[in-house]
Design a protein around this ligand. Structure first.
Ligand code: 4AD
Ligand code: MG
Length: 462
């Protein structure tokens, strides 16, 4: 049976007969034998395969085994005399599946820039950096499910196609089966959506929250974890048009409980990744950002700072720093403000609560001051906002007033309002931007480099 290289490097014993399959990273020819570094994606480290010149078809195989070629090797493990590796594989049979022409295969031994690698998105996962990123991404996802499953949360699958704009920001991609070259019109020359697939306008979801609230009113504690979409035309290193979000929703929970869960959650994921991906994390610390291990320890061992928006504004006004965007009560915090608080002032994640109602979504619970809502954002050093959440408005009349004052059409939200009519309870939840988490974890500077196939303005090729 084929063994994974990660398993062999950890558990393989001298004299064991094994078979491995993978891709050539490098080849080093010596007089009587050749070293081939083979990687199968299971670990950062390669398996060193030794091909002796007495191997059948040695010369032919050697010519075929260039960087990028795929192969299968059978042989015996031997203790390795080389530094930094315990064992190597002495080949007795090699099968080359597919060659890779060294003249045209774009991934050669030298270091490539992330910009260049984005242009070969179909091959970049074969590099050390992207291998490490996507293994850590996988570990983060596993940790997320494990965290919630251990606590009895039900994973619910919120729809990708929706008719409601949860965040009310109008940044939605339309979903239609109408012929765009010949759109049906009403008498008033408006688009006739009654002829469209769903008989009304439909969109890609910006958040699974509204549906998560529905499910929390039956299962108490739930979470969603899936792709969400935003058509914001922001070409930044923190925004994607398609990103994954984790959205827990808890019935019988207030903002304090929401913040406690979010903090415990982030600590859990960091600990899980440190425990399960030590080599990859070491690699990021050495090659990408030499603070990621210290940051992870800091997250795990220190309490997050908690303060209100009003206090945050006061601190920003006092800051000995020139900001590009204005700071004043009522204005939203910009990324530079968020980063100042988390990175420079407190040097750890900061939870800002009770934002002005005017700048937050309609579903957030109004405070008694009637000016602020029970919102919380978690701001991370280098990233800025990584989590956005709130206690929800569970009082029917208050919610109706909020919807009306924000000019939102309440008729479409009849089912959401029903949750307040039938067995309403205080409840709260949050959304974690999954790619921002992976960025924070790995120190990767650009969000397009922590998702295998980034979707951003003008970027949809792979
Ligand atoms: O703050 P947001 O907009 O909150 C919601 O969508 C709520 N419905 C969540 C909830 O309470 N259930 O988005 C949540 C998080 C942000 O904090 C950010 O990390 C991430 O989603 N995010 C993005 N990540 C990548 N690209 C984008 N364009 C993002 N927009 C938001
Ligand atoms: Mg937000």
């Amino acid at each position: 049976m084929t063994r994974r290289i990660a398993d062999l490097l950890k558990n393989g014993q001298p004299d064991e007969s094994v078979k491995v399959q993978g891709w050539v990273r490098t080849k080093r020819e010596l007089k009587e034998f050749t070293f081939v570094e083979v990687n199968d994606g299971s670990s950062l480290a390669n398996l060193q395969v030794v091909l002796n010149q007495d191997l059948p078809d040695y010369a032919i195989i050697l010519k075929q085994l260039n960087t990028g070629a795929s192969l299968e090797v059978e042989g015996v493990l031997v203790s390795s005399p080389a530094k930094g590796q315990r064992i190597e594989l002495k080949a007795s049979a090699v099968k080359v599946y597919g060659e890779a022409d060294p003249e045209t295969y774009p991934l050669q031994k030298k270091r490539h820039s992330f910009e260049f690698l984005r242009e070969i998105g179909h091959l970049r996962s074969r590099t050390n950096s992207f291998g490490a990123v996507f293994r850590v991404r996988n570990a983060c996802a596993t940790a997320i499910h494990q965290f919630f499953q251990e606590r009895g949360f039900i994973w619910v699958h919120s729809p990708i196609i929706t008719a409601s704009d949860c965040e009310g920001a109008g940044e939605m991609f339309a979903v239609t089966s109408l012929n765009l070259k010949d759109v049906p019109r009403t008498e008033k020359q408006e688009i006739d959506y009654s002829k469209d697939f769903f008989g009304r306008p439909a969109y890609l979801t910006v958040s699974g929250q509204l549906e998560a609230e529905v499910m929390a009113m039956a299962f108490s504690n739930v979470y969603t974890f899936g792709p969400t979409f935003r058509a914001e035309n922001s070409n930044t290193s923190r925004h994607l048009a398609e990103f994954w979000m984790v959205e827990p929703e808890m019935a019988f929970c207030d903002l304090e409980g929401d913040m406690d869960l979010a903090e415990e959650f982030l600590k859990y994921i960091f600990k899980y990744v440190l425990d399960n991906c030590p080599e990859d994390m070491e690699f990021f610390n050495q090659r990408i950002d030499n603070s990621v291990l210290a940051t992870a320890e800091n997250i795990i061992n220190n309490q997050f700072e908690r303060l209100t928006y009003t206090d945050a504004i006061a601190l920003l006004e006092k800051a000995d720093k020139q900001f590009e965007y204005p700071v004043s009560w009522g204005l939203d915090l910009q990324s530079e403000h968020e980063r100042y608080l988390a990175e420079e002032l407190f040097k750890k994640p900061v939870i800002v609560t009770d934002y002005p109602a005017k700048i937050k979504a309609f579903y957030m619970r109004l405070n008694d001051d009637e000016k602020t809502v029970r919102a919380m954002d978690i701001l991370a050093p280098k990233i800025g906002e990584i989590i956005g959440g709130s206690q929800r408005e569970e009082r029917l009349e208050m919610l109706q007033q909020r919807i009306e004052s924000m000019g939102i059409n309440a008729t479409d939200l009849w089912w959401y309002l029903d949750l307040r009519r039938f067995g309403t309870v205080p409840h709260a939840g949050f959304g974690l931007g999954f790619e921002r988490l992976v960025q924070f974890m790995t120190g990767m500077g650009n969000i397009r480099d922590v998702i295998p196939f980034p979707r951003a303005p003008l970027s949809v090729e792979f």
